[in-house]
Design a protein around this ligand. Structure first.
Ligand code: NAG
Ligand code: NAG
Length: 414
Protein backbone atom coordinates (compact mmCIF):
# COMPACT_ATOMS: atom_id res chain seq x y z
CA UNK A 1 0.00 0.00 0.00
CA UNK A 2 2.99 2.22 0.55
CA UNK A 3 3.42 2.66 -3.16
CA UNK A 4 0.06 4.33 -3.68
CA UNK A 5 0.57 8.03 -3.88
CA UNK A 6 -2.07 10.63 -3.42
CA UNK A 7 -1.27 13.92 -5.06
CA UNK A 8 -4.71 15.43 -5.22
CA UNK A 9 -4.42 17.76 -2.23
CA UNK A 10 -1.32 19.51 -3.36
CA UNK A 11 -2.21 19.37 -7.03
CA UNK A 12 -5.58 21.01 -6.60
CA UNK A 13 -4.28 23.92 -4.58
CA UNK A 14 -1.54 24.53 -7.08
CA UNK A 15 -4.04 24.35 -9.87
CA UNK A 16 -6.34 26.79 -8.13
CA UNK A 17 -3.60 29.26 -7.49
CA UNK A 18 -2.34 28.99 -11.05
CA UNK A 19 -5.76 29.39 -12.59
CA UNK A 20 -6.67 32.26 -10.28
CA UNK A 21 -3.52 34.05 -11.30
CA UNK A 22 -3.93 33.29 -14.98
CA UNK A 23 -7.57 34.38 -15.01
CA UNK A 24 -6.59 37.71 -13.43
CA UNK A 25 -3.98 38.19 -16.14
CA UNK A 26 -6.49 37.14 -18.77
CA UNK A 27 -9.09 39.60 -17.58
CA UNK A 28 -6.50 42.36 -17.66
CA UNK A 29 -5.47 41.34 -21.18
CA UNK A 30 -9.05 41.20 -22.36
CA UNK A 31 -9.83 44.56 -20.84
CA UNK A 32 -6.89 46.27 -22.51
CA UNK A 33 -7.62 44.62 -25.85
CA UNK A 34 -11.24 45.69 -25.79
CA UNK A 35 -10.48 49.27 -24.78
CA UNK A 36 -7.80 49.60 -27.47
CA UNK A 37 -10.17 48.25 -30.04
CA UNK A 38 -12.96 50.53 -28.89
CA UNK A 39 -10.64 53.49 -29.31
CA UNK A 40 -9.76 52.28 -32.78
CA UNK A 41 -13.41 51.86 -33.60
CA UNK A 42 -14.12 55.36 -32.32
CA UNK A 43 -11.28 56.77 -34.41
CA UNK A 44 -12.60 55.06 -37.52
CA UNK A 45 -16.21 56.02 -37.07
CA UNK A 46 -15.35 59.61 -36.17
CA UNK A 47 -14.16 60.33 -39.65
CA UNK A 48 -15.69 62.79 -42.14
CA UNK A 49 -19.07 61.96 -43.67
CA UNK A 50 -17.88 60.56 -46.99
CA UNK A 51 -15.87 57.72 -45.43
CA UNK A 52 -18.76 56.53 -43.37
CA UNK A 53 -20.40 54.61 -46.17
CA UNK A 54 -17.36 52.58 -47.14
CA UNK A 55 -15.06 51.80 -44.27
CA UNK A 56 -16.76 51.50 -40.91
CA UNK A 57 -18.59 48.27 -41.67
CA UNK A 58 -15.39 46.64 -42.79
CA UNK A 59 -13.40 47.91 -39.85
CA UNK A 60 -16.06 46.82 -37.37
CA UNK A 61 -16.06 43.29 -38.71
CA UNK A 62 -12.26 43.31 -38.74
CA UNK A 63 -12.18 44.40 -35.13
CA UNK A 64 -14.76 41.87 -34.03
CA UNK A 65 -12.79 39.19 -35.83
CA UNK A 66 -9.71 40.26 -33.95
CA UNK A 67 -11.54 40.31 -30.63
CA UNK A 68 -12.94 36.84 -31.17
CA UNK A 69 -9.48 35.57 -32.12
CA UNK A 70 -8.05 37.02 -28.94
CA UNK A 71 -10.93 35.62 -26.93
CA UNK A 72 -10.21 32.20 -28.41
CA UNK A 73 -6.55 32.52 -27.48
CA UNK A 74 -7.42 33.55 -23.93
CA UNK A 75 -9.82 30.64 -23.65
CA UNK A 76 -7.29 28.08 -24.87
CA UNK A 77 -4.50 29.44 -22.70
CA UNK A 78 -6.84 29.06 -19.75
CA UNK A 79 -7.77 25.56 -20.76
CA UNK A 80 -4.26 24.26 -21.31
CA UNK A 81 -3.06 24.16 -17.67
CA UNK A 82 -6.43 22.82 -16.61
CA UNK A 83 -6.16 20.06 -19.18
CA UNK A 84 -2.61 19.24 -18.08
CA UNK A 85 -3.67 19.14 -14.46
CA UNK A 86 -6.57 16.87 -15.28
CA UNK A 87 -4.32 14.47 -17.14
CA UNK A 88 -1.87 14.48 -14.26
CA UNK A 89 -4.59 13.67 -11.78
CA UNK A 90 -6.27 11.19 -14.08
CA UNK A 91 -9.71 12.75 -13.78
CA UNK A 92 -10.44 13.38 -17.38
CA UNK A 93 -9.20 10.24 -18.99
CA UNK A 94 -12.02 7.71 -18.74
CA UNK A 95 -13.21 8.38 -22.24
CA UNK A 96 -16.11 6.07 -22.99
CA UNK A 97 -15.83 6.66 -26.75
CA UNK A 98 -12.40 5.04 -26.78
CA UNK A 99 -12.15 1.94 -28.95
CA UNK A 100 -11.47 -1.42 -27.29
CA UNK A 101 -13.23 -0.45 -24.07
CA UNK A 102 -15.24 -3.37 -22.73
CA UNK A 103 -18.93 -3.10 -23.59
CA UNK A 104 -19.91 -3.92 -20.02
CA UNK A 105 -17.85 -1.01 -18.74
CA UNK A 106 -19.64 1.44 -21.03
CA UNK A 107 -22.99 -0.01 -20.04
CA UNK A 108 -22.19 0.24 -16.33
CA UNK A 109 -20.98 3.81 -16.56
CA UNK A 110 -23.80 5.09 -18.74
CA UNK A 111 -25.82 7.87 -17.14
CA UNK A 112 -29.46 7.01 -16.59
CA UNK A 113 -31.96 9.85 -16.82
CA UNK A 114 -34.73 9.71 -14.25
CA UNK A 115 -37.96 8.92 -16.13
CA UNK A 116 -39.93 11.71 -14.42
CA UNK A 117 -37.23 14.38 -14.61
CA UNK A 118 -35.74 16.06 -11.56
CA UNK A 119 -36.39 14.34 -8.27
CA UNK A 120 -37.63 16.97 -5.85
CA UNK A 121 -36.31 15.27 -2.71
CA UNK A 122 -32.72 14.70 -3.82
CA UNK A 123 -32.46 17.26 -6.61
CA UNK A 124 -30.90 14.79 -9.04
CA UNK A 125 -31.91 14.35 -12.67
CA UNK A 126 -29.86 11.29 -13.54
CA UNK A 127 -28.32 8.30 -11.87
CA UNK A 128 -24.61 7.73 -12.24
CA UNK A 129 -22.70 4.60 -11.26
CA UNK A 130 -19.78 5.26 -8.98
CA UNK A 131 -16.25 4.27 -9.84
CA UNK A 132 -12.87 5.60 -8.69
CA UNK A 133 -11.69 8.66 -10.60
CA UNK A 134 -8.27 7.10 -11.17
CA UNK A 135 -9.80 4.13 -12.98
CA UNK A 136 -9.21 6.04 -16.21
CA UNK A 137 -5.47 5.88 -15.64
CA UNK A 138 -5.68 2.09 -15.84
CA UNK A 139 -8.27 1.89 -18.60
CA UNK A 140 -6.71 -1.19 -20.17
CA UNK A 141 -6.61 -3.15 -16.93
CA UNK A 142 -10.13 -1.98 -16.15
CA UNK A 143 -11.33 -3.07 -19.55
CA UNK A 144 -9.76 -6.47 -18.98
CA UNK A 145 -11.54 -6.61 -15.62
CA UNK A 146 -14.85 -5.79 -17.32
CA UNK A 147 -14.49 -8.34 -20.14
CA UNK A 148 -16.62 -11.37 -19.32
CA UNK A 149 -19.67 -13.21 -20.47
CA UNK A 150 -22.80 -11.72 -18.90
CA UNK A 151 -24.28 -14.23 -16.41
CA UNK A 152 -21.27 -16.49 -16.89
CA UNK A 153 -18.44 -17.12 -14.46
CA UNK A 154 -15.97 -14.29 -13.81
CA UNK A 155 -12.33 -15.11 -14.39
CA UNK A 156 -10.41 -15.98 -11.26
CA UNK A 157 -9.18 -12.39 -11.09
CA UNK A 158 -9.62 -10.96 -7.59
CA UNK A 159 -5.95 -9.99 -7.68
CA UNK A 160 -6.56 -7.93 -10.81
CA UNK A 161 -9.30 -6.11 -8.88
CA UNK A 162 -6.91 -5.47 -5.99
CA UNK A 163 -4.25 -4.24 -8.40
CA UNK A 164 -6.75 -1.70 -9.73
CA UNK A 165 -7.69 -0.65 -6.18
CA UNK A 166 -4.03 -0.08 -5.35
CA UNK A 167 -3.82 2.19 -8.38
CA UNK A 168 -6.62 4.33 -7.04
CA UNK A 169 -9.41 2.67 -9.02
CA UNK A 170 -11.66 2.43 -6.02
CA UNK A 171 -14.53 1.72 -5.91
CA UNK A 172 -14.38 -0.83 -8.70
CA UNK A 173 -17.27 -1.05 -11.12
CA UNK A 174 -19.92 -3.68 -10.51
CA UNK A 175 -19.93 -6.71 -12.77
CA UNK A 176 -22.56 -9.08 -14.10
CA UNK A 177 -20.65 -12.33 -13.73
CA UNK A 178 -20.43 -14.90 -10.94
CA UNK A 179 -17.35 -14.65 -8.76
CA UNK A 180 -15.32 -17.80 -8.32
CA UNK A 181 -16.99 -20.07 -5.84
CA UNK A 182 -15.10 -21.54 -2.87
CA UNK A 183 -16.77 -24.32 -0.92
CA UNK A 184 -16.43 -23.23 2.69
CA UNK A 185 -16.36 -26.59 4.34
CA UNK A 186 -15.83 -27.14 8.02
CA UNK A 187 -16.71 -23.65 9.28
CA UNK A 188 -17.09 -23.67 13.05
CA UNK A 189 -19.90 -22.04 15.00
CA UNK A 190 -19.24 -18.77 16.82
CA UNK A 191 -17.38 -18.24 19.17
CA UNK A 192 -15.39 -21.45 18.61
CA UNK A 193 -14.61 -20.07 15.13
CA UNK A 194 -12.53 -17.23 16.60
CA UNK A 195 -9.52 -19.44 17.31
CA UNK A 196 -10.10 -22.49 15.11
CA UNK A 197 -7.49 -22.96 12.35
CA UNK A 198 -9.00 -22.31 8.92
CA UNK A 199 -8.73 -25.08 6.32
CA UNK A 200 -6.47 -24.55 3.33
CA UNK A 201 -9.36 -25.26 0.98
CA UNK A 202 -11.67 -22.64 2.47
CA UNK A 203 -9.86 -19.71 0.85
CA UNK A 204 -8.61 -18.71 -2.60
CA UNK A 205 -4.87 -18.98 -3.10
CA UNK A 206 -4.79 -17.85 -6.72
CA UNK A 207 -2.49 -14.92 -7.32
CA UNK A 208 -0.64 -15.54 -4.02
CA UNK A 209 2.86 -16.88 -3.44
CA UNK A 210 1.77 -19.27 -0.69
CA UNK A 211 -0.77 -22.00 -1.31
CA UNK A 212 -1.30 -23.21 2.27
CA UNK A 213 -1.49 -21.69 5.75
CA UNK A 214 1.58 -23.74 6.65
CA UNK A 215 3.53 -21.69 4.13
CA UNK A 216 2.27 -18.40 5.62
CA UNK A 217 3.26 -19.40 9.16
CA UNK A 218 6.89 -18.42 9.05
CA UNK A 219 6.35 -15.29 6.96
CA UNK A 220 6.65 -11.67 8.01
CA UNK A 221 3.81 -10.27 5.92
CA UNK A 222 4.03 -6.84 7.51
CA UNK A 223 5.32 -5.23 10.69
CA UNK A 224 2.09 -6.24 12.44
CA UNK A 225 1.67 -9.62 10.84
CA UNK A 226 4.54 -11.93 11.68
CA UNK A 227 3.04 -15.39 11.65
CA UNK A 228 -0.35 -13.81 12.26
CA UNK A 229 -2.17 -16.72 10.59
CA UNK A 230 -0.89 -19.10 13.23
CA UNK A 231 -3.60 -18.98 15.88
CA UNK A 232 -2.15 -21.79 17.95
CA UNK A 233 1.58 -21.69 18.56
CA UNK A 234 2.71 -18.12 17.83
CA UNK A 235 2.37 -14.83 19.69
CA UNK A 236 -0.91 -14.14 17.87
CA UNK A 237 -2.92 -16.02 20.52
CA UNK A 238 -1.42 -13.83 23.27
CA UNK A 239 -1.71 -10.50 21.52
CA UNK A 240 -3.74 -7.92 23.51
CA UNK A 241 -3.99 -10.20 26.57
CA UNK A 242 -0.30 -10.65 27.36
CA UNK A 243 2.19 -7.83 26.93
CA UNK A 244 5.68 -8.25 25.47
CA UNK A 245 6.75 -4.80 26.59
CA UNK A 246 5.48 -1.46 27.82
CA UNK A 247 4.23 -0.60 24.31
CA UNK A 248 1.71 -3.43 24.38
CA UNK A 249 -1.47 -2.32 26.12
CA UNK A 250 -3.99 -4.92 27.22
CA UNK A 251 -7.51 -4.88 25.85
CA UNK A 252 -9.11 -5.04 29.28
CA UNK A 253 -7.12 -2.01 30.47
CA UNK A 254 -8.16 0.02 27.43
CA UNK A 255 -11.81 -1.04 27.70
CA UNK A 256 -11.76 0.10 31.33
CA UNK A 257 -10.74 3.59 30.13
CA UNK A 258 -13.96 3.66 28.10
CA UNK A 259 -16.09 3.24 31.22
CA UNK A 260 -18.22 0.50 29.69
CA UNK A 261 -19.19 2.62 26.70
CA UNK A 262 -17.18 0.69 24.12
CA UNK A 263 -19.56 -1.41 22.02
CA UNK A 264 -18.48 -0.99 18.40
CA UNK A 265 -15.04 -0.41 16.96
CA UNK A 266 -13.01 -0.17 13.79
CA UNK A 267 -9.59 -1.77 13.33
CA UNK A 268 -7.36 -0.24 10.65
CA UNK A 269 -4.93 -2.62 9.01
CA UNK A 270 -6.11 -5.35 11.35
CA UNK A 271 -4.04 -8.28 10.01
CA UNK A 272 -5.76 -11.61 10.52
CA UNK A 273 -8.48 -10.16 12.75
CA UNK A 274 -7.11 -11.02 16.18
CA UNK A 275 -7.98 -7.62 17.64
CA UNK A 276 -11.59 -8.09 16.54
CA UNK A 277 -11.56 -11.65 17.92
CA UNK A 278 -10.39 -10.51 21.36
CA UNK A 279 -12.98 -7.75 21.29
CA UNK A 280 -15.71 -10.19 20.23
CA UNK A 281 -14.96 -12.23 23.36
CA UNK A 282 -15.80 -9.07 25.28
CA UNK A 283 -19.00 -8.49 23.33
CA UNK A 284 -17.54 -5.59 21.36
CA UNK A 285 -18.21 -5.70 17.60
CA UNK A 286 -15.18 -4.69 15.55
CA UNK A 287 -14.94 -4.25 11.78
CA UNK A 288 -11.48 -5.10 10.45
CA UNK A 289 -10.15 -3.10 7.51
CA UNK A 290 -7.82 -5.11 5.28
CA UNK A 291 -6.77 -5.85 1.74
CA UNK A 292 -5.37 -9.20 0.61
CA UNK A 293 -1.73 -8.19 0.25
CA UNK A 294 0.24 -11.47 -0.08
CA UNK A 295 -2.27 -13.44 1.97
CA UNK A 296 -6.01 -14.26 2.11
CA UNK A 297 -6.72 -11.83 4.98
CA UNK A 298 -10.37 -11.12 4.16
CA UNK A 299 -11.47 -14.73 3.88
CA UNK A 300 -9.50 -15.71 6.96
CA UNK A 301 -11.15 -12.99 9.06
CA UNK A 302 -14.57 -13.99 7.74
CA UNK A 303 -13.88 -17.65 8.54
CA UNK A 304 -13.22 -16.59 12.12
CA UNK A 305 -16.75 -15.22 12.21
CA UNK A 306 -15.56 -11.59 12.05
CA UNK A 307 -16.33 -8.69 9.71
CA UNK A 308 -13.65 -7.96 7.05
CA UNK A 309 -13.83 -4.66 5.18
CA UNK A 310 -12.02 -4.84 1.84
CA UNK A 311 -10.91 -1.26 1.37
CA UNK A 312 -7.66 0.60 0.85
CA UNK A 313 -6.59 3.30 3.29
CA UNK A 314 -6.90 5.89 0.54
CA UNK A 315 -10.65 5.42 0.46
CA UNK A 316 -12.82 7.58 2.68
CA UNK A 317 -14.22 5.31 5.39
CA UNK A 318 -17.74 4.23 4.43
CA UNK A 319 -19.21 5.14 7.80
CA UNK A 320 -21.27 8.01 9.04
CA UNK A 321 -19.82 10.69 11.36
CA UNK A 322 -19.44 10.05 15.11
CA UNK A 323 -20.46 6.39 15.09
CA UNK A 324 -17.56 4.40 16.55
CA UNK A 325 -16.72 4.04 20.24
CA UNK A 326 -13.19 2.92 19.41
CA UNK A 327 -10.72 3.08 16.53
CA UNK A 328 -7.63 0.90 16.72
CA UNK A 329 -4.68 1.35 14.37
CA UNK A 330 -1.15 0.07 14.28
CA UNK A 331 1.66 0.06 11.76
CA UNK A 332 -0.85 0.05 8.91
CA UNK A 333 -1.47 3.71 9.59
CA UNK A 334 1.97 4.56 8.26
CA UNK A 335 1.04 5.35 4.68
CA UNK A 336 4.19 7.03 3.48
CA UNK A 337 4.14 9.90 1.02
CA UNK A 338 3.48 13.51 1.96
CA UNK A 339 2.60 14.34 5.58
CA UNK A 340 -0.76 15.66 4.40
CA UNK A 341 -1.69 12.14 3.42
CA UNK A 342 -1.58 11.00 7.03
CA UNK A 343 -3.39 14.17 8.03
CA UNK A 344 -6.32 13.44 5.71
CA UNK A 345 -6.49 9.96 7.20
CA UNK A 346 -6.41 11.28 10.77
CA UNK A 347 -9.25 13.68 10.06
CA UNK A 348 -11.29 10.78 8.67
CA UNK A 349 -10.61 8.73 11.79
CA UNK A 350 -11.65 11.70 13.92
CA UNK A 351 -14.81 12.02 11.88
CA UNK A 352 -16.05 8.46 12.45
CA UNK A 353 -15.10 8.44 16.15
CA UNK A 354 -17.71 9.73 18.58
CA UNK A 355 -16.97 12.32 21.23
CA UNK A 356 -15.67 10.47 24.29
CA UNK A 357 -14.60 7.58 22.05
CA UNK A 358 -11.09 6.15 22.16
CA UNK A 359 -8.35 6.20 19.53
CA UNK A 360 -5.78 3.51 20.23
CA UNK A 361 -2.58 3.90 18.25
CA UNK A 362 -0.83 0.61 18.82
CA UNK A 363 2.92 0.17 18.32
CA UNK A 364 3.22 2.79 15.61
CA UNK A 365 6.71 2.58 14.15
CA UNK A 366 8.48 5.95 14.06
CA UNK A 367 11.14 5.59 11.39
CA UNK A 368 12.87 8.80 12.53
CA UNK A 369 12.55 11.72 14.93
CA UNK A 370 10.92 13.83 12.27
CA UNK A 371 8.13 11.30 11.90
CA UNK A 372 7.65 11.13 15.66
CA UNK A 373 7.59 14.91 15.89
CA UNK A 374 5.08 15.22 13.05
CA UNK A 375 2.78 12.59 14.51
CA UNK A 376 2.94 14.10 17.99
CA UNK A 377 2.13 17.54 16.61
CA UNK A 378 -0.72 16.13 14.55
CA UNK A 379 -2.21 14.47 17.62
CA UNK A 380 -1.88 17.72 19.60
CA UNK A 381 -3.82 19.47 16.86
CA UNK A 382 -6.88 17.32 17.49
CA UNK A 383 -6.96 18.22 21.18
CA UNK A 384 -7.50 14.66 22.36
CA UNK A 385 -7.12 13.76 26.02
CA UNK A 386 -4.03 11.57 26.52
CA UNK A 387 -5.08 8.60 28.60
CA UNK A 388 -1.91 6.63 27.92
CA UNK A 389 1.29 7.64 26.11
CA UNK A 390 4.32 5.40 25.74
CA UNK A 391 7.34 5.79 23.51
CA UNK A 392 9.37 2.60 23.59
CA UNK A 393 12.33 1.10 21.81
CA UNK A 394 12.60 -2.30 20.28
CA UNK A 395 15.57 -4.01 18.77
CA UNK A 396 14.86 -5.35 15.30
CA UNK A 397 17.69 -7.12 13.49
CA UNK A 398 20.28 -5.33 15.60
CA UNK A 399 18.78 -1.88 15.08
CA UNK A 400 17.02 0.13 17.75
CA UNK A 401 13.59 1.35 16.63
CA UNK A 402 11.17 3.76 18.27
CA UNK A 403 7.52 2.83 18.70
CA UNK A 404 4.64 4.96 19.86
CA UNK A 405 1.63 3.51 21.67
CA UNK A 406 -1.13 5.83 22.83
CA UNK A 407 -4.73 5.81 23.93
CA UNK A 408 -6.51 9.09 23.29
CA UNK A 409 -10.00 10.27 24.02
CA UNK A 410 -11.85 12.40 21.52
CA UNK A 411 -13.04 15.61 23.14
CA UNK A 412 -16.48 17.13 22.89
CA UNK A 413 -16.06 20.02 20.44
CA UNK A 414 -18.58 22.81 20.54
C1 NAG B 1 -2.74 -27.18 4.89
O1 NAG B 1 -1.91 -27.95 4.06
C2 NAG B 1 -0.71 -28.35 4.67
C3 NAG B 1 0.17 -28.99 3.63
O2 NAG B 1 -0.57 -29.78 2.75
C4 NAG B 1 -1.02 -29.28 5.84
O3 NAG B 1 0.17 -29.69 6.48
C5 NAG B 1 -1.88 -28.48 6.83
O4 NAG B 1 -2.28 -29.34 7.89
C6 NAG B 1 -3.11 -27.93 6.16
N1 NAG B 1 -3.73 -27.03 7.11
C7 NAG B 1 -5.03 -26.93 7.29
C8 NAG B 1 -5.47 -25.99 8.35
O5 NAG B 1 -5.83 -27.61 6.69
C1 NAG C 1 -21.25 -11.23 26.53
O1 NAG C 1 -22.64 -11.38 26.35
C2 NAG C 1 -23.16 -12.63 26.83
C3 NAG C 1 -24.62 -12.70 26.44
O2 NAG C 1 -25.28 -11.52 26.77
C4 NAG C 1 -22.92 -12.75 28.30
O3 NAG C 1 -23.40 -13.98 28.79
C5 NAG C 1 -21.43 -12.62 28.59
O4 NAG C 1 -21.20 -12.62 29.99
C6 NAG C 1 -20.86 -11.35 28.00
N1 NAG C 1 -19.41 -11.37 28.12
C7 NAG C 1 -18.72 -10.34 28.59
C8 NAG C 1 -17.24 -10.52 28.66
O5 NAG C 1 -19.25 -9.29 28.91
Amino acid sequence: MGSVSLKIGDGTTRFKRASLCSSAVNILMLFSVITTNLFALFAFTYSPEQHLNQYPRKSISLISEQVSLILKEVDSSQRKPAQMEKELLGYDSLDLSRPNLARELKLFLEHNQLPLGKDSRTGITEMVASVGHSCGKSADLLSQYMSYKVSGPCSDDWSLGQKLILRGCEPLPRRRCFAKNIPKVGLSPFPVSLWKPVGNKSVTWSGLGCKTFECLKGKKLSRDCVGCFDLVSGYEAQKYVKARGKNDFLIDDVLAMGNGGIRIGFDIGGGSGTFAARMAERNVTVVTNTLNIDAPFSEFIAARGLFPLFLSLDHRFPFYDNVFDLVHASGGLDMGGKPERLEFLMFDIDRILRAGGLFWLDNFYCANDEKKWFLTRLIEKFGYKKLKWVVGEKIDSGKSEAYLSVVLQKPVRV
